[in-house]
Design a protein around this ligand. Structure first.
Ligand code: MSP
Length: 513
């Protein structure tokens, strides 16, 4: 079986510093990348910055900076954020790099060669903030301000010579592709949205601009720069060294397993991108997954709305892993979710400190006192033990399948209930009353230690750094983790040391407590 996995985040506009919405896309992608790695896949995980276009040119002008100097600075803050978020990305692409520019120009030439590009004149509405063209029926006038209804961004009227891509030509082929590849656009609700948009009729799209210069030049006509979305989407293959299709990266990782994006940029990924690829005779990615938004109050967090929550502030106050855990657990994946400090504190106190941290502390402290700080030797499990341990084995395939459907909610619920049951098991079995029945005491400790190990392995893609620390209990570290072994009942070897570890998560004193 093909055990390669290629996951991408959107490449971020370095028009301002990163916010929680960006952190969210990246953390989720990191979760999948880490899960697939512990499940034996060779993973390529790409993120980066989208640096051309009028939006960036204007942002640089506002700061009186040359666009590239401006991008150098802000792109670096995104690169730093990748470290701060402990992302395991294997590449970071900037669209101002030569490797990218070459691919974009090659792709353009391919589209032109295949008669998918023609020169004409564009007149219509454009939102610089979204870098998107809008039809008359997609805009509204609010108190004299003309805005795009979907995003709320200001639009401006433009009229200029422009190259067009024959998007209309691909309408039926796209619909046919969506029908034959039912999961190509996920979740289902987003798929329906796209299908009805395409059924409504596709018009050819403008793919070059003439009135500004910050972009990749059209081959053979340098008066035009290539539309920033055609430029940006190409990052997914320029990072694999396309057009060198014999390159190992391209061979191994294209088509991508999943492009993870926010729902606001679905049309670009689920309509334009596949059409460009079809036109260039390049296979399509397996999936485009449009996640929901992180809301602040009831509205999307964004720079233009001025309601940004800074991920760095949250991390400085609470630590990274609590934030990762919170975003993965509390924002029902696929839907919008609100971020609140109150709920984040609840997560830390109840799930991380109590249910997980405390379980680790209690069991290791008990093993220290009663089993000479060693993994005890056992004779046999009874039914209570096996019910606990078997759950993992029985669900192994199911977990894999749900992950391939991006069903993070299933994954996290499985862990939360396993934690609840492991705590309940330790309480109900009352090993402290079994001092006269050493065999039983040892089996309870062993079963509990195995539960901690299994749960820790599963928690690793969510809170990798904390799990590295937790695994010191067993003299293990994250490199030892493999998902398959979550099924086994005898991973821990009798006689091995059990180490005490520092508190993993400190409880937060809540103001209303
Ligand atoms: N540069 C384009 C993407 C090009 S991909 C070939 C872009 N950049 S962005 O910086 O504006 O947004 C990047 C991602 O962050 C998008 O997926 C967007 O949905 C996501 N988020 C931005 N704000 C968000 C929230 N408030 N909540 C969740 N994600 C949102 O679009």
């Amino acid at each position: 079986m093909d055990k390669n996995y290629y996951i991408t985040t959107p490449i971020y506009y370095p028009s301002a510093k990163p916010h929680m919405g960006h952190a969210y896309s990246s953390i989720i992608a990191d979760f999948f990348a880490r899960f697939k790695r512990i499940d034996g896949f060779d993973v390529h995980f790409l993120t980066g910055t989208d640096e051309h276009g009028l939006k960036i040119q204007r942002a640089a002008e506002n700061k009186n900076l040359d666009p590239l100097d401006f991008c150098d600075q802000i792109s670096q803050t995104f690169r730093d954020l990748s470290k701060t978020l402990n992302l395991s990305n294997t590449d970071f692409i900037r669209t101002t790099e030569d490797r990218h520019k070459k691919t974009v120009q090659y792709l353009w030439a391919e589209l032109e060669k295949n008669n998918d590009i023609y020169l004409s004149k564009y007149s219509g509405w454009y939102s610089v903030s979204d870098e998107a063209y809008y039809n008359e029926d997609e805009i509204i006038d609010i108190d004299g301000k003309i805005i795009a209804e979907a995003s709320g961004s200001l639009v401006e009227w433009i009229e200029e010579e422009s190259y067009f891509f024959r998007l209309s030509k691909w309408q039926d082929k796209l619909l046919d592709y969506y029908e034959k590849n039912i999961d190509f656009i996920s979740p289902k609700s987003r798929r329906n949205e796209v299908v009805s948009f395409v059924k409504g009729g596709l018009k050819d799209i403008s793919i070059s601009r003439k009135t500004f210069s910050w972009g990749i030049k059209v081959p053979d006509n340098p008066d035009h720069v290539i539309y920033v979305w055609l430029d940006a989407l190409t990052n997914y293959i320029s990072a694999l060294n396309y057009p060198d299709t014999s390159d190992i990266l391209f061979k191994k990782f294209w088509p991508a397993s999943v492009h993870l994006i926010g729902k606001d940029i679905l049309r670009f990924h689920a309509v334009y991108w596949p059409a460009f690829l079809m036109a260039a005779k390049i296979p399509l990615p397996h999936k485009v997954y449009g996640h929901g938004w992180i809301l602040s109050g009831d509205v999307k967090m964004s720079k233009s709305k001025g309601n940004i929550l800074d991920p760095i502030d949250i991390i400085n106050t609470y630590g990274l892993d609590p934030l990762r855990y919170y975003l993965i657990k509390e924002v029902s994946f696929g839907n919008d979710g609100n971020i609140s400090k109150d709920k984040l504190e609840d997560c830390i106190n109840s799930d991380l400190a109590n249910n997980y941290g405390n379980l680790c502390q209690r069991v290791t402290a008990f093993a220290e006192k009663n089993c000479f700080s060693k993994v005890p030797k056992i004779k046999n499990f009874n039914n209570d033990d096996l019910v606990m341990l078997n759950k993992f084995k029985e669900n192994l395939e199911k977990i894999r399948q749900e992950i391939d459907k991006q069903n993070i909610n299933f994954y996290i619920s499985f862990i939360v209930s396993a934690l609840f049951e492991a705590n309940k098991y330790f309480n109900d079995q009352e090993p402290w009353k079994k001092k006269n029945d050493k065999d039983r005491l040892n089996t309870i400790v062993y079963t509990s230690l195995e539960m901690i190990r299994k749960i820790s392995f599963m928690l690793y893609p969510i809170i990798p750094d904390s799990i590295d620390r937790a695994l010191r209990i067993f003299n293990l570290n994250s490199k030892d983790i493999n998902f398959e072994s979550v099924a086994s009942h005898d991973y821990l070897k009798a006689g091995n040391n059990i180490n005490k570890i520092d508190i993993l998560f400190k409880k937060i004193e809540k103001k209303d407590d």
